[in-house]
Write a protein that binds this ligand. Structure first.
Ligand code: ACO
Ligand code: OAA
Length: 426
């Protein structure tokens, strides 16, 4: 990992320029090496590296497994190879060796000194390299160009009852997109296994590109009677376009929040339920749409991604019950009621982390910069100082500190995206 960190840092100076400073309407995609071209170069090198590594170390033992670990769903068992990111129990996530603050310094942004672009993070995850501003811009263009949905998927979403949870609609839409899978088609036409990566790459790119339209349509159908806010703009970045479809394009801070939000939620090593499920299903040669939909179903559980909505619900209930200016003692009593009622305190604890999640801290920094006086943020800040003590006294959780989900809702509420059942889709 340290080699990667050194390698990446050599790119930092060159790449930290706004990717969207260039206003002229011309396509960068035709002028710079595309992500696919770079991936095609890296694959043979990587295959050779893995072959050599396995030859030398293939028989080495990684560890032992206890009965508790078997009952605990393989928790803590080192048994998966995952290259995109590594989760350290104390320091949190590193994307190809870069922490979140490293990414904020190194990755191209849309505005001078702004939040990193998820396109750049995606390039980093896939290649291990920090992209240039031009490469990032080309990827934005590529995704904007692939973003439209087949009509039958739009119709299907429009026919879902509003009462169907947004995550279920999201999963349905992904499964339906499988209709156009290039990998499934190539496989049924007998593609050679050495060429799988190509249609898998194409499906993955198409799928990521289509997520904003799916997610925005669900949002508008469920909460705003199918309102529309124009179309994807081909020269704009992914987060701007998504914010626009949601109806928030005019709010520059919201768009910046979305860039940060998509970056910090992009990856969390391979052992969490959603990433692991996606890979497990993919290992059967289910195409990327089916694999990702399976991962979404895992994410939709309240102990995983759905904690995002649960945190806000719990915090608003706390506010309604004891008031936004409640005393510490009132808050503690409310916490004990939750715990004694056999429920978890959402947004706290983690299967791996043993300190405050740096994704929580990144959102806290954002709030301190943009909404320091917001009453709900102040309540969330107070909870940060109260809940770990109560959870420690309760004596069960191995990690009393907040995870990413403890902070997301308050930011979204502040900017007017108030429909908490939608949060996990983001
Ligand atoms: C993006 C994400 O997925 S981040 C996680 C989002 N989920 C949440 O915030 C939900 C609240 N947190 C939790 O339920 C847990 O901390 C998890 C699911 C995240 C991790 O679970 P585990 O690895 O089993 O945690 P841990 O080993 O600390 O659990 C030990 C005990 O403490 C309990 N515990 C853990 N966290 C909490 C909590 N926040 N509130 C109350 N009890 C808790 C567990 O339920 C378990 O109790 P049990 O022995 O009666 O079964
Ligand atoms: O890593 C985990 O176990 C859960 C989590 O925080 C994530 O998937 O983002």
């Amino acid at each position: 990992m340290s080699a990667l960190r050194t390698f990446s840092s050599t790119f930092v100076k060159a790449s930290r320029q706004p990717a969207f400073r260039f206003a002229a309407a011309r396509s960068y995609a035709s002028q710079v090496k595309s992500l696919k071209e770079r991936v095609a170069e890296l694959i043979p090198e990587k295959q050779e590296e893995v072959k050599t590594f396995k030859k030398e170390y293939g028989n080495h033992v990684l560890g032992e497994v206890t009965i508790d670990q078997a009952y605990g769903g393989m928790r803590g068992v080192k048994g998966l190879v995952y290259e995109g990111s590594v989760l350290d129990a104390e320091e949190g996530i590193r994307f190809r060796g870069l922490t979140i603050p490293d990414c904020q310094k190194a990755l191209p942004s849309a505005i001078e000194g702004g939040e990193p672009l998820p396109e750049a993070l995606f390039w980093l995850l896939v290649t291990g390299e920090v992209p240039t501003a031009e490469q990032t811009k080309a990827l934005s263009e590529d995704w904007a160009a692939r973003g439209n949905l087949p009509k039958f998927v739009e119709d299907m979403l429009d026919n879902c009852p509003k009462t169907l949870h947004p995550m279920s609609q999201f999963s349905l839409a992904l499964n339906a997109l499988q209709h156009d899978s290039k990998f499934a088609n190539a496989y049924s036409n007998g593609i050679h296994k050495s060429k799988y990566w190509d249609p898998v790459f194409e499906d993955s790119m198409d799928m990521i590109a289509k997520l904003p339209k799916i997610a925005a349509r669900i949002y508008q159908n469920v909460y705003h009677n199918g309102a529309t806010h124009g179309d994807l703009e081909q020269d704009k970045d992914y987060s701007y376009n998504f914010s626009k479809l949601l109806g928030f394009a005019d709010n520059k801070e919201f768009v910046e929040l979305m860039r940060l939000y998509l970056v910090i939620h992009s990856d969390h090593e391979g052992g969490n339920a959603s990433a692991h499920t996606t890979h497990l299903v993919g290992s059967t040669l289910s195409d990327p749409y089916l694999s990702y939909a399976a991962g979404l179903n895992a994410l939709a559980g309240p102990l995983h991604g759905l904690a995002n909505q649960e945190v806000l619900r719990w915090t608003l209930q706390l506010k309604d019950n004891v008031g936004i200016d409640a005393s510490d003692d009132d808050i503690k009593k409310y916490l004990w009621d939750t715990l004694n009622g056999g429920r978890v305190v959402p947004g706290f604890g983690h299967a791996v982390l043993r300190k405050t999640d740096p994704r929580y801290m990144a959102q806290r920094e954002f709030a301190l910069k943009h909404l320091p006086e917001d009453p709900l943020f102040n309540l969330v800040s107070r909870l940060y100082h109260i809940i770990p003590g109560v959870l420690t006294e309760h004596g069960k959780t191995k990690n009393p500190w907040p995870n990413v989900d403890a902070h997301s809702g308050v930011l979204l509420q502040y900017y007017g995206l108030k429909e908490q059942d939608y949060y996990t889709v983001l």
